[in-house]
Design a protein around this ligand. Sequence first.
Ligand SMILES: [Mg+2]
Length: 208
Amino acid sequence: MIRLIVFLLCAAGFGFFVMRSLRLKRHLPKLVLLDRDGVINVDRSDYVKSKGEFEFIPGSIEAIKLLNKARVKVIVVTNQGGIGKGLYTHEDLEDIHQHMKDGLKVGGAHVDQIFICADHPDSPSHRRKPNPGMIEEALDQTKTRPEEAHMIGDDMRDLLPALQCGVHRHLVLTGKGKKTLKDPELQSVSAFKVHANLLEAIKEILKV
Ligand SMILES: [Mg+2]
């Protein structure tokens, strides 16, 4: 009899634990999409053209590590119009991204994928933000519903495609963020959140 009671209590406890885990899991996003310049690294008006010009924003490595620990997929979606303008090459960009990955690895973090769009700003394809192509690809490839995904950026070009795709929207005040906050067009991006930086955004999204 005692064994039966102990068994029932254990089963109830296990059931409660499973239900609680599932509930917590439901609140976690499946995918976080990150703009690069002004979010992960310091933005430059003359483009990041070499790894020597790539500088992490304080806290961004820790933010990505938190996402990794929570098993949330992380995809960078970045316009690289400087390639279209001939300011640097695809090889230069690969070098920059290897440098970024190395820096993340040292901090115990990683990104799952990096989507780039090298179009010249004057001849944008469907992939160049604010067009939604890269976000659509990321949702498709990871089989993620829009409501399970969050986009974090410092520019209208990040928020508008997120709105179009139905993805949660977050503006950070690093990079161009403070300027974006004053943009009258921002009112068209309904229901977005504002955060001081990437780390604060991720802490709020993950509720940690
Ligand atoms: Mg940016």
